[in-house]
Design a protein around this ligand. Sequence first.
Ligand code: CP3
Length: 353
Amino acid sequence: MEESTSAATGEAKRLLRALGGEVVERPAWWLMRQAGRYLPEYRALRSQAAGFIEFCLNPELASEATLQPVRRFGMDAAILFADILLVPHALGQKVEFGEDGPILEPIVEGSGIGRLSPDGCAGLDPVYETVRRCRARLPAETALIGFAGSPWTVATYMVEGGASRDFRRTKAWAYRDPHGFGALIELIVEATVDYLSGQITAGADAIQLFDSWAGVLPEAGFARWVIEPTRRITARLKERFPAVPVIGFPRGAGLFYQRYVAESGITAVAIDTAVSPAFAREMLQARVAVQGNLDPVALLVGGAAMREEVRAIRSALGGGPFIFNLGHGVLPQTPPENVAELARQLAEPLDIT
Ligand code: CP3
């Protein structure tokens, strides 16, 4: 990949144009979890570090993991290689990645917050170095997306101690003691603003907030624990970095997507696989750019089934500000050739696909 500056192209990056509300002829595209285990070159790189956190905090390895998919497929954006659980790690919580996903020493309701350090984000300096290295090596037309988890989703991992089916401990704490739970959310908001500011200062062009578990709360909880903390983060970032767009991904939010778009202060919304593209066009795209929402299993299958899904999404959403993506992350079993096939289809004009 050649080294160059955005001035060299004479036009803004396709991803940023779409985020700014422009309708672009060929859609900008990238994929959530576009780096990772489905790529053989990632698996080779990953074997060079023992732990996953160690891998994420190694700028040489993490920047290479960030660039791998862009080099292979030419997406319009790279997403920083890191993880949403680096924030709990930086706050002093014990975080490990086992065979079956992350394991954290749970923060217990009440006294648990006292064990967290409020100025832990200093430990994330290596991530900013990764951003600088990626920025220097990416083609001028490719945007670099920084990210963090949203406070609600990060809190679920911190309180449950890992993945969960029913989020019983986190929700119970929020119902029983909203003031105490709010203090945990506030701590995460502060750390996240710090962390994202560091990424932007180091060269991230846009930010995505992953709220993977936004869809498990009833409306009042959704307003208080999903929308409100997101709004505080977007407001603080907007003060310092008014030109940097923020993509919100409240996965599973269903009919609350509309409220989220109206109230959270995000610049663009990522929709999950279950959101109807026609609904997104009618109800969301008039206010913000929409990103999504191919089923990751359609990408895994490829061929005619994928092609038809891609065509339908493009024809519903391509007439407004739109970024093509998945409705959730690339599955590790996905054949890389299917991503190449997707790239070819997206490069064709819609009427022949
Ligand atoms: O998108 C990218 O390519 C950038 C990297 C990225 C990772 N995680 C790398 C990763 C991003 C954006 C994330 C976000 C993330 N992490 C989310 C939000 C998106 C979502 O999937 O809902 C969440 C909930 C996490 C927490 C997490 N990290 C889990 C639950 C797991 C284990 C299960 C799994 O999907 O692998 C991880 C580990 C993880 N994060 C891996 C990668 C590449 C796999 C670990 C490995 O390679 O050994």
